[in-house]
Design a protein around this ligand. Structure first.
Ligand code: GDP
Ligand code: MG
Length: 564
């Protein structure tokens, strides 16, 4: 530019020379002035350019710094975004983990709930088990420690074991001594029962027997006036405890209190409802099995008292027998004992599983009855589960079997124990329906007289045997005396022959002193037994003591006397 301006200035010089020619004057001056100004402007501009360039350099520098900054920031952003990516990945991982934990938590919480429930149930079970254990302990404790407080019963036992048994072992006249002792033992048991439950003494016992689950217990419960009370059901014969169900009189028409009394091996009574008021319902099969031994080994029987439709009848709920399993000799003994203590027997057959009188029942029944002539009544129970036509046929079949097997029976009834309803009965000649039979039995009995009669049978047997011995011995003594007399008459003079001494020795060995003493002891013991029995019943019975006239006793094999 400057060069261009110089050129312009030179041009102007030249031109001015020319202008000089033409009128150099003012134009050149103006131009030069102008030029100077331009030059100044240029200088100013150049200065400014320098400034601008400086500025620019500064700006460029700033820009570079900004750019660097930017780059750094970009790097930083990149780092951050990587970090964000990482964080996001981490977050999503955490979220997954959280979801898993949440799912786990749900599972755990379900598990926890289940465990809490289990714990609660266990706790309840433990509590229940503890209550049952306590109940078992209390029951066993009470049974083991109960003593028979009845002083009269103790007196009976004292006479029996300490006086009668030594007498029996010394005396040798009675051949069937075992039979007599058995009778006394039966009396002892009966007295123990009466001292356990006095109202039992006027009741007439009917044993209820049959196979397991025939419905014996339910049958008896159908005669309870209280519909809420039932004997325990479905108890197997091995576990079942024989129970005497006795009427509890309701004199005042007030609410009748039932009682459940357990009898231990000493005949001592334990009020079971004092141990647990609900024990009657708790005596389930499971509870009985929870003892590690058969409960009946320490409680051979129980009494249940409640109001019955037949006030004088005592039903005996016997364990029965197991028709499917093999029944034990013990089952048979228990059944025999209870039947022998009862006045009649009701044999129950379940119509649900039987279309006839089962063979095993006949065998068991025949064995239990033995030679006894106890009245037997047959009940076809659960008759509600079969159509009437079937029941009619089954009853017909029953009667035929019983005739064929020569088993005497009072009648056969089809019965529904749940409803307490007699459905049909066998209308053979002289046969009764179940209610007719029970009505005929529903008369108060006099157990005191029966027991004394049994006692006097024992006395009679002993008396007869001893008196017979005495008579026999006396006859021999007499015969020896006659021999001596005859010898003397036949010139075999007394004092001259040894034979008289020998005859005396023989005669002495046939004296009856011991037997007379036994008769006295027997008389004394039987008086004592009688007194104790009268005391137990609180009144004197009018039953006569036996007194066998010795002249009425026939002594065989002593025709000897006649010969002489
Ligand atoms: N349908 C019906 N069921 C009965 C009858 N008698 C008893 N049962 C049931 O048969 C089962 C066994 O009765 P249970 O009295 O325990 O028999 P046990 O073993 O002979 O004493 C129980 O579930 C009773 O409820 C009846 O007449 N009809
Ligand atoms: Mg039963």
């Amino acid at each position: 530019m400057r060069n261009e301006l110089k050129k312009i200035a030179e041009n102007i010089e030249q031109t001015s020379r020319i202008g000089y020619l033409f009128s150099k004057g003012n134009v050149v001056n103006a131009l030069t002035e102008q030029l100077t100004k331009v030059e100044e402007n240029i200088t100013a501009l150049e200065a400014e350019k320098g400034n601008v360039e400086n500025n620019l350099a500064q700006q460029t520098e700033a820009l570079a710094s900004v750019k660097r900054n930017l780059k750094r920031k970009e790097d930083e952003i990149e780092d951050l975004s990587e970090e964000i990516d990482d964080l996001q990945a981490d977050l999503s991982k955490k979220k997954n983990a959280l979801r898993e934990v949440e799912e786990n938590f749900a599972d755990l919480s379900t598990e926890h709930n289940a465990l809490t429930q289990k714990h609660k149930t266990l706790l309840e079970n433990v509590k229940k088990e503890r209550t049952v254990t306590k109940l078992r302990e209390n029951l066993v404790g009470a049974l083991i420690s109960a003593k028979n407080e009845n002083e009269h019963l103790s007196s009976f036992r004292q006479i029996f074991y300490n006086e009668f048994l030594p007498f029996a072992s010394e005396e040798s006249s009675l051949q069937n001594e075992a039979g007599a002792l058995l009778k006394l033992q039966e009396i002892e048991k009966e007295l123990a029962m009466i001292s356990g439950l006095p109202s039992f003494y006027s009741a007439r016992a009917i044993a209820v027997g049959g196979g397991f689950s025939a419905g014996k217990s339910e049958f008896i419960s159908s005669f309870f006036k209280n519909p809420d009370l039932k004997l325990p059901r479905s108890i197997e014969p091995t576990t079942a405890i024989p129970t005497y169900v006795v009427n509890q009189k309701n004199k005042n028409q007030t609410e009748v209190k039932n009682s459940l009394i357990g009898i231990n091996n000493n005949g001592a009574a334990v009020d079971l409802l004092k141990i647990d008021p609900d024990l009657t319902q708790k005596l389930s099969h499971q509870f009985m099995r929870s003892f590690n031994f058969p409960l009946k080994s320490i409680m051979p029987y129980m009494f249940l008292t409640t109001e019955l439709t037949y006030e004088h009848i005592c039903f005996v709920d016997t364990p029965g027998y197991n028709p499917t399993g093999s029944h034990t000799a013990e089952d048979m003994d228990v059944a025999k004992e209870f039947v022998s203590n009862a006045e009649a027997l009701i044999w129950v057959v379940g119509a649900d599983v039987n279309g006839t009188l089962p063979r095993t029942d006949i065998q068991f029944l025949k064995n239990v009855l033995g030679k006894s002539k106890k009245p037997v009544y047959f009940v076809l129970n659960k008759a509600d589960v079969k159509p009437e036509a079937d029941i009619v046929k089954i009853i017909e079949e029953f009667s035929k079997i019983l005739e064929r097997e020569k088993i005497a029976y009072i009648g056969i009834s089809a019965y529904d124990s749940l409803e307490g309803k007699g459905l049909l009965y066998y209308k053979g000649k002289g046969k009764k329906d179940i209610f007719g039979f029970l009505n005929s039995m529903n008369k108060s009995s006099n157990r005191q007289d029966e027991i004394l009669r049994k006692l006097y049978e024992v006395e009679r047997d002993y008396q007869f045997a001893i008196k017979k011995d005495i008579k026999q011995r006396k006859a021999i003594e007499k015969a020896l005396d006659n021999i001596a007399f005859d010898l003397n008459e036949a010139n075999f003079k007394r004092g001259q022959h040894k034979v008289y001494d020998q005859l005396e020795i023989v005669a002495a060995s046939f004296n009856t002193k011991t037997e007379e003493k036994h008769l006295e002891t027997l008389e004394k013991l039987m008086t004592n037994f009688t007194n104790v029995i009268n005391q137990i019943f609180g009144k004197v019975s009018q039953i006569k003591r036996p007194n066998i006239n010795i002249d009425d006793i026939e002594v065989k094999g002593l025709s000897l006397m006649k010969i002489i």
